[in-house]
Design a protein around this ligand. Structure first.
Ligand code: SF4
Ligand code: SF4
Length: 437
């Protein structure tokens, strides 16, 4: 798992920077490469947390302790403030703890605003009529769009990380929320070209649009795209007017029906049943297979991993990594579904609370449960979540598709020795190693 280091570090945040272009070996200020990389790590985790905080704040939920940590984290990376590598590891753990707090805050905001999700089947085809596709993570934006499109005969479809919206009672009550089109964020150019509908990007993971749909795309909230109309606030009249001017979609049912919306209460209500199935050997192991997906070829690992799993295993999934596997029919084990979609990436908190609930039920610690986490990462929210899991002491996580580029051998050593963090190898070998462990 050793890495080749071409660039030891990169920092150009002050005027002392080497050759006026960037410190790449060691800081002119004396900052060591590992400290620079741990600073980057902290900033990346804090960015991920900021996204969750943003969506909690837009629903009216804030926490001054988290805000205070964000200030402290940013300040610690300032020039000539903190040169202590060990302290940056502690700050990363603290970022993980704060991200747990942030994900809890956002979950509370989502549940108190839209109700606790319930398992819901979602169509993947088109319904006759005009349409709008909403993509991203913004439930508030989607809620406002659904309210404003009521009675207009315009159908609303979700894409990517908005699929879990279908499970929330306060959103699924809108009959014109008719389905989900496409898969993870990186199919959007092809998808948005294919369907002549208006498009609303509600958060991150929007891509610079192709010319052919630029004028029917809109952004809101934190998202901005060149040449795309941005809507500040939540009045989506321009999106609705655009949708009205576009052709009617044909009725074309999709090939698969997706199921989303498993909440903590729903899964833990099966707790006794799950315990009995584990004790009688009918469920051998649980896997959490999910996280942020990316178009890297190596990410094909996650689908193959699930396809190769034996029938006596259960897979929990979340975030857009779910689209690698959520079309698979894994069946059930005496009524317990073998594929359980917990929601968006921030619903990692639901997975953690479920693991905690099961650990209590079995009278063991989380690391003693027959549970292994197989995480895919793409961007900064996944970094925040990884540190949340490490902050909880979760060991033996398999991470892919690649090792984060800012992790050098020193950092890797800490992650391996303290947390037994592993990089994915091949599905076959990893499954063998996990199930024989
Ligand atoms: S803070 Fe240090 S490492 Fe960064 S640019 Fe300035 S001198 Fe270089
Ligand atoms: S889960 Fe991650 S990669 Fe996927 S859409 Fe959300 S932020 Fe982007």
């Amino acid at each position: 798992m050793a890495k080749e280091e071409k660039l030891k570090m990169f920092c150009y945040q002050c005027s002392q920077t080497a050759r006026g272009t960037g410190c790449t070996v060691k800081g002119v200020c004396g900052k060591e490469a590992t400290v620079a990389r741990l600073q980057d790590n902290l900033l990346l985790a804090t960015k991920g947390m900021a996204a969750y905080l943003y969506h909690a704040r837009e629903l009216g939920y804030t926490d001054p302790e988290i805000d205070a940590f964000v200030e402290r984290a940013f300040y610690s990376t300032f020039t000539n403030v903190n040169f202590d590598a060990e302290d940056f590891v502690h700050l990363a753990i603290e970022a993980g703890e704060m991200n747990l707090r942030t994900m809890k805050l956002l979950k509370k905001a989502h549940i108190e605003t839209y109700g606790e999700p319930k398992p819901t089947e979602v169509q993947t085809g088109t319904v006759k009529g005009r349409g709008i596709i909403a993509t991203g993570h913004g439930l508030k934006a989607l809620g406002a769009l659904l309210e404003q499109t009521q009675g207009t005969e315009i159908n609303v479809y979700t894409h990517s990380e908005l699929l879990p919206a279908h499970g929330y009672p306060g959103l699924k009550k809108y009959k014109h929320l008719v389905g989900n089109l496409g898969r993870a964020w990186f199919d959007q150019k092809q998808l948005f070209s294919k369907y002549p509908v208006a498009i609303l990007g509600t958060s991150n993971c929007v891509l610079i649009p192709r010319e052919e749909y630029r004028e029917r795309m809109f952004t809101t909230g934190p998202a901005r795209l060149p040449g795309v109309q941005h809507i500040a606030g939540y009045d989506y009249t321009p999106v609705i007017e655009k949708a009205r001017s576009l052709p009617v979609l044909d009725e074309k049912p999709g090939d698969v029906l997706l199921t989303t919306g498993f909440s903590k209460s729903i899964v833990l209500s099966l707790g006794e049943k799950i315990k009995q199935l584990v004790e009688t050997g009918k469920i051998r192991h649980f896997f959490l297979v999910g996280g942020c997906d990316s178009p890297l070829k190596k990410a094909g690992y996650f689908r193959e991993f699930v396809q190769r799993l034996p029938q006596d295993t259960v897979v929990l999934t979340l975030a857009c990594g779910k689209f690698r596997i959520n079309d698979l029919d894994l069946g059930d084990i005496e009524g317990v579904p073998r594929l359980i979609d917990l929601g968006q990436c921030n619903d990692s908190i639901v997975a953690i609370e479920i693991a905690d609930g099961l650990a209590q039920l079995f009278g063991v610690g989380i690391n003693d449960l027959p549970l292994t986490l197989i995480l895919s990462w793409m961007e900064q929210k996944a970094v925040a979540i990884l540190w949340s899991l490490l902050a909880l002491g979760v060991k033996g996580i398999y991470l892919g598709p690649i090792l984060p580029a800012w992790v050098n051998d020193d950092i890797l050593k800490v992650l391996r020795e303290n947390y037994d963090l592993r990089l994915i190898s091949s599905p076959e070998e990893d499954i063998k190693q996990i199930l024989s462990g």
